[in-house]
Ligand binder design. Structure first.
Ligand SMILES: Nc1ncnc2c1ncn2[C@@H]1O[C@H](COP(=O)(O)OP(=O)(O)O)[C@@H](O)[C@H]1O
Ligand SMILES: N[C@@H](CCOP(=O)(O)O)C(=O)O
Length: 307
C-alpha cells in the first residue's frame, strides 16, 4: 500500500483477492456456504479526477459486459465503504482480473461486493479481515445481496453459517473436514439470482421446514466432522425443486449424482451443480456432457488484502 494522492485517505492503492463461493449446500438456504479456490483480484488506486468517477479495466469473466465506470459493482462498493466512514467518493482506477464466472451460482456478485468493501476500508487504513471491520464488510455486502451466505464465505473462507437478526447480518466460520473435495459442474447457461429467488413460494409446508432444519444441522456436522453424512445432509426440499424450470439440466444432473451416491446440490441459485466428493473424482457412469468439471478445493483464507 502506498501513500494516497487524496490527502483525506491514508492509503493510495490496494490489491484484494477474493474467493468464489457455493451457497445453500442443499437445504441450508441463505444460511450455509463454502468458499472455493477460484479467485477474483481487484487493484484499486486513488487517482486524480472528478470525485466519484472511475476507470475500470476488466480481464477475464465479465470483460466487455460489466460497466467500466463508476457504475461498476466493485467501484460502488468501494465508494459505499468510504461513505460509511464519512469519506467523500474519490476518483478511482480499478484493475479487475476475474476468474469467477458470472450468473452461474458461484457467488460472483458477493465476491465483487466483498472485494469492493474490503478495498474501500483498506484505502481508509482499516484491516477488513479483522474485527470489527470484517463485520462491516459482511453487513455492507450482505445487505446489498439480501442474504449473507455467499458474502460470509467470500469474506471468512472455509464454510460458514450465516443469519440475520434485527436487520443485521452475522456469520460464523467453520473449518471444513480435509476429506471434503468440492467439484463444481458449470454449464454455459446463466441464471440471475434475483430471477430464481422470484420462483420461490411465500410459504412451505411445515414438514419441509422441519426436514430442512434437520438436514441443515446435519450438514454442519457432516462438513466439519463426518463427511460420510454428506449425502443425507445435502438433500433439499426448500428451494431446488421450485427453481427447476430455470435449469432443468442442472436439476437432473444433481439427481443423477445423488442416485450414484455423490453428495450433490445446486450451487447457490444455479445453474452450477456442486458435488462434495470424498476424493475429487466423479463416478464414470454419470454423464456430465454440457458441464465444465472444475475441482475447486475449499478456500480457507477468505478475502485477502495482498498489497
Ligand atoms: N466481478 C464483478 N464485477 C462487476 N460486476 C459483477 C461482478 N461479479 C458479478 N457482477 C454482477 O453481478 C451479476 C451476477 O450476479 P448474480 O445474479 O447474483 O449471480 P452470481 O451467482 O454469479 O453471484 C453479473 O451479471 C454482474 O452484473
Ligand atoms: N441463498 C442464495 C444464494 C445465491 O447464490 P448465487 O451464487 O447464485 O448468487 C439463493 O439461493 O438465492
Amino acid at each position: 500500500m502506498r501513500a494516497s494522492a487524496d490527502a483525506r485517505l491514508p492509503v493510495g492503492s490496494v490489491r484484494v483477492e477474493v474467493p468464489a463461493s457455493s451457497a445453500n449446500l442443499g437445504s441450508g438456504f441463505d444460511a450455509l456456504a463454502v468458499a472455493l479456490s477460484l479467485h477474483d483480484t481487484v487493484e484499486a488506486e486513488i487517482v486524480d479526477g472528478p470525485p466519484g468517477s472511475a476507470r475500470v479495466t476488466v480481464e477475464g469473466q465479465g470483460a466487455g459486459r460489466v460497466a467500466t465506470d463508476e457504475r461498476h459493482l466493485v467501484v460502488r462498493a468501494v465508494h459505499r465503504a468510504l461513505a460509511d466512514l464519512g469519506h467523500p467518493a474519490p476518483a478511482l482506477s480499478l484493475f479487475c482480473r476475474n476468474a469467477v464466472p458470472h450468473s452461474r451460482g458461484l457467488g460472483s456478485s458477493a465476491a465483487a461486493l466483498v472485494a469492493g468493501f474490503a478495498a474501500g476500508y483498506a484505502l481508509a487504513g482499516l484491516d477488513p479481515t479483522a474485527q470489527p471491520t470484517a463485520a462491516r464488510v459482511l453487513q455492507g455486502a450482505a445487505a446489498w445481496e439480501g442474504h449473507a451466505d455467499n458474502a460470509a464465505a467470500s469474506l471468512y473462507g472455509g464454510a460458514v453459517v450465516a443469519w440475520q437478526q434485527d436487520g443485521r447480518f452475522d456469520a460464523v466460520r467453520m473449518p471444513v473436514h480435509p476429506d471434503v473435495h468440492p467439484v463444481a459442474l458449470v454449464p454455459d447457461s446463466e441464471s440471475a439470482t434475483h430471477t430464481t429467488r422470484g420462483l420461490l413460494p411465500e410459504q412451505v409446508p411445515h414438514a419441509d421446514a422441519a426436514f430442512a432444519a434437520g438436514r441443515t444441522a446435519l450438514a454442519v456436522h457432516a462438513l466439519t466432522r463426518d463427511p460420510s453424512r454428506l449425502l443425507a445432509a445435502t438433500e433439499d426440499r426448500l428451494h431446488q425443486a421450485y427453481r427447476e424450470s430455470a435449469w432443468p439440466d442442472t436439476y437432473a444432473l444433481v439427481q443423477r449424482l445423488r442416485a450414484a451416491g455423490v453428495p450433490a446440490a445446486v450451487s447457490g441459485a444455479g445453474p452450477t451443480a456442486l458435488a462434495l466428493t470424498s476424493g475429487g473424482a466423479l463416478p464414470g457412469e454419470v454423464p456430465v456432457a454440457g458441464f465444465r468439471v472444475l475441482p475447486l478445493p475449499v478456500d480457507d483464507a477468505g478475502v485477502r488484502v495482498v498489497a
